[in-house]
Design a protein around this ligand. Structure first.
Ligand code: ATP
Ligand code: MG
Length: 463
């Protein structure tokens, strides 16, 4: 196994002081998967105050992540380490937060972890591999299993059901049938978990490489009915007479297409971009409630953009998303249909400007969402929509450039120049204009008064 030198250094330090320490959880799993990470988790027999003492003088920076949970964090070079005292957690099933009790053995600690693949350890400094629940086989077979019975495990902490879906989406692993069965029968238990913990797992799931797998699991097990009921509600019945698309399937495809377009988000700080992904996933949640059968096979969803934005706001608030995220996602949903009035480019410049202004800093995300929101199988239709959006983006770029240049004017216009210099139209006015433009480019806006002084000085020096 490839173990970084920092890990061995840390191991030697704890060993010398007479404590047990092991690399555990995600990093061990990731080593077996052949992927490295700069975030390392450890479990130790030392209590948090001892951990703090052993890290002082070795780590570059030490912080207390939650002494109540027994976790101390530190940074050493490019590595971020989290060291947690062995736990023997007992959960009160009715409480929203796990209670922590310290344990004395690594095995005990591992047995309380969520999945067998996350319950492996490498003891230090010996590098002895500890795998009491067959995690290595699970990684090889790409399956998600609990160390004990899934019912007991999910009863201890129902969030683990969300985590199963999240890991399925991140790792492309399949939950064991017993895990799926427990998720299905115990789905309702997720409601005792705090919204913040659910939210954090939902974010990781949506930001994963294959969110469809995780979302399908949430929906098929019934977990989504509790955490994001608007999603399963998109599975509108397909009516023989009113032939219309399955909005749920459409939404997952739009999400995947948005992911494919994510590299266009050059102005977004960090990818994956949860905001554009989540907006893509739930952009049509206003549809079920606004659906009307108009006769002659026509189905409408009037104002589903506005209503969808409102539903998104409500759901995200319940899940304790930040105000910024709520505003961003709901604004994108509200604007996701605007482009469809664009047709073959008959928007006026002012309509284009309004589009840009209304999107504000969300403009590139709106481009991605709108482009992703085309799932027609009709190639010509799809091509026409893409061409129309290319055209719109070009017009936005052209307008922006033009208006930038337009705003680059000298501080005085031709009439003012003629008035100040007491001359009529002619070459001198053009020369003066050029002189003032140079000043403007050189110094930025001068204001009328200074421009007037400069103009007169130039004029006097010239004659
Ligand atoms: P990543 O950090 O890449 O998201 P991870 O596997 O490290 O994945 P974390 O949420 O960081 O996951 O948790 C670290 C470890 O703690 C897990 O590998 C697992 O062993 C354990 N763990 C985390 N949450 C729970 C939980 N709710 N119940 C039981 N064990 C958990
Ligand atoms: Mg981790």
């Amino acid at each position: 196994m490839m173990i970084a030198p920092v890990v061995d250094e840390l191991g030697a330090r704890f060993d010398a002081a007479g404590y047990e320490i092991a690399l555990v959880g995600g990093p061990v799993r990731d080593i077996l998967l052949g992927r490295g990470s700069k975030d390392l988790d450890f479990a130790t027999s030392a209590r948090p105050d001892v951990v703090e003492r052993l890290l002082a003088g070795w780590a570059d920076h030490v912080w207390d992540i939650g002494k109540a949970f027994g976790t101390i964090g530190c940074r050493k070079g490019e590595w971020v380490l989290e060291i947690t005292t062995y736990r023997s957690e007992s959960y009160d099933p009715t409480s929203r937060k796990p209670e922590v009790a310290y344990g004395d053995t690594l095995e005990g600690d591992l047995s309380r972890r969520d999945f067998a693949m996350n319950a492996m350890a490498v003891l230090l400094p010996s590098h002895q591999f500890v795998d009491p629940f067959g995690g290595r086989d699970d990684v090889r077979n790409k399956v998600i299993r609990t160390p004990g019975s899934p019912e007991d495990s999910f009863s201890d902490d129902p969030l683990r059901m969300m985590r199963a879906a999240r890991f399925a989406a991140q790792l492309n692993f399949t939950p064991d049938p017993a895990v799926v069965a427990a998720m299905t029968s115990m789905a309702e238990r997720i409601t005792i978990v705090s919204a913040e913990r659910v939210r954090d797992e939902l974010i990781k799931l949506v930001d994963a490489g294959n969110p469809r797998v995780g979302l399908d699991l949430l929906v098929s097990t019934g977990l989504a009915d509790h955490v994001l009921p608007e999603l399963p509600a998109l599975r509108l019945e397909v009516d023989e007479h009113h032939r219309h698309k399955d909005v749920y399937e459409h939404s997952l495809t739009v999400l995947e297409q948005a992911i494919d377009l994510e590299s266009r988000l050059v102005d977004v700080d960090e990818l994956p971009d949860f905001v554009v992904r989540f907006a893509a996933l739930i952009h049509d949640i206003g549809k079920p409630k606004t659906r009307k059968f108009e006769g002659a096979g026509k189905v409408t969803f009037h104002h589903h953009d506005v209503y969808g934005a409102k539903l998104a706001r409500k759901r995200m608030k319940a899940l304790r998303f930040s105000n910024e995220q709520i505003e961003q996602v709901s604004k994108l949903i509200e604007l996701h249909l605007r482009f469809h009035g664009y047709g073959t480019g008959e928007w006026t410049d002012s309509a284009v400007r309004r589009y840009v202004r209304d999107a504000g800093p969300l403009l590139t995300r709106l481009h991605v969402l709108t482009r992703a929101d085309c799932t027609t199988r009709n190639r010509r239709k799809a091509e026409a929509l893409r061409a129309a959006y290319d055209d719109l983006e070009e017009r936005i770029a052209r307008l922006a450039e033009q208006e930038e240049l337009d705003s680059l004017r000298p501080d005085l216009d031709g009439n003012q120049i003629m008035e100040i210099l007491g001359i009529g139209p002619g070459r001198d006015v053009g020369e003066a204009y050029k002189f003032l433009m140079e000043l403007r480019l050189e110094h930025g806006p001068l204001g009328e008064e200074r421009a007037r002084e400069e103009l007169l000085r130039w004029w006097n020096e010239r004659s």
